[in-house]
Write a protein that binds this ligand. Structure first.
Ligand SMILES: [Zn+2]
Length: 342
């Protein structure tokens, strides 16, 4: 099959267009013909070697896939060749206490498609049958591929970790990122008032179109004061953040007394200084978050079917242009997902 092979760790140039033997589906596995694969920052971290530095090479990146079931392995009963699907990116043992209690993203053997196993920068991908979900019929392939990883991540942050309530003020950092595009919509679905931050007037305007009630430019010094003003001096009750060390001091200041911050990344660096007095005296909660239980894809897809959650595709490129896609993602030039068409 044709694929974009990661042949070394490094810059976008390590991604090479080539041929490799297509994987065969084993028992309870399905081979999917990839139609679209969305890029995530995780792809960049794996490419650079900051995530999974010991992965055998060549490797195939790509966690977010939409496609058509091409063939099924022994024992597969729920799907047949020809069905349109989206892939759930988390793979876990399915037997341990955490898997069986619905916390499969805390399974000791938890893997992400495209990180710990071959992903979707290819014509075909093999995944366990339990990782398939029907593709929402009204979406394009590119839109469908834009859903899983970012909406799952945002769902666990907003719903499971922050437990956002109607009427709360929710601050969503870096509104142009895939996770934040999803978090704005999910927080609105749960009845919150959303304050979104971004770095340019164009992205702030796009955040408003997604449903953000207020927008703040976080490139302006002291931007947390603006969040305070918008909340009558209180600050945000709940914060969705993955912006990292550069913005962390202001994120803490922008959070209300008793507020919660959910963190799912640290784009600008992970070595940050936390004023501990703010944590205990103002009674802040910091809630780490990575991915979500596979089960959360079901409510997400129901809301997508109803048109209440919408993937945002910022740019579509052919699969061969994966390296260019990585550059665009890293430069943060795009509002919404960068998607490769296969
Ligand atoms: Zn498990």
């Amino acid at each position: 099959m044709k694929a974009v092979l990661m042949e070394a760790r490094g810059g976008p140039e390590v991604l090479r267009w080539g041929e490799i033997e297509a994987p065969q589906p084993g028992a309870l596995e399905v081979r999917v013909q990839v139609k679209a694969v969305a890029l995530n920052h995780l792809d960049v971290w794996v490419r650079k070697g900051t995530a999974s530095p010991k992965l055998p090479l060549p490797h195939i990146l790509g966690c977010d896939v939409a496609g058509i079931v091409e063939s099924v392995g022994p024992g597969v009963e729920g799907f047949q060749p020809g069905e349109a699907v989206v892939l759930n990116p988390g793979v876990s043992c399915g037997r341990c206490e955490r898997c069986l209690s619905g916390a499969d993203n805390l399974c000791p053997n938890y893997q992400i498609i495209g990180e710990h196993r071959w992903g979707g920068y290819a014509e075909y991908i093999v995944v366990p049958e339990v990782n398939l979900a029907p593709k929402p019929a009204h979406l394009s392939w590119e839109e469908a591929a834009s859903i899983p990883l970012t909406f799952l991540t945002a769902w666990q942050m907003v719903v499971d970790r922050l437990r956002v309530q109607p009427g709360e003020d929710v601050l969503v950092m870096a509104a142009g990122s895939g996770v934040s595009v999803a978090a704005i919509q999910i927080a609105k679905l749960y009845g919150a008032r959303v304050i979104a931050t971004s770095s340019s007037p164009e992205k702030l305007s796009a955040a408003r179109q997604l449903g953000a009630d207020e927008v703040v430019n976080y490139n302006e010094p002291g931007w947390s004061q603006r969040v305070k003003e918008l909340t009558q001096g209180k600050g945000a009750d709940a914060v969705v953040d993955h912006t990292g060390a550069e913005f962390w001091p202001e994120v803490i200041k922008a959070t209300a007394w008793g507020g919660r911050i959910s963190l799912s990344g640290a784009s600008s660096g992970s070595q940050a200084t936390t004023p501990l007095a703010h944590i205990f005296y103002r009674q802040l909660s910091i809630l780490g978050s990575t991915m979500a239980s596979k089960s959360r894809l079901f409510p997400i897809l129901r809301w997508v079917d109803q048109g209440k959650l919408k993937p945002v595709v910022g740019m579509v490129l052919p699969l061969e242009a994966a390296a260019e896609g990585h550059r665009r993602l890293e430069n943060r030039q795009v509002f919404g997902k960068v998607v490769l068409r296969v």
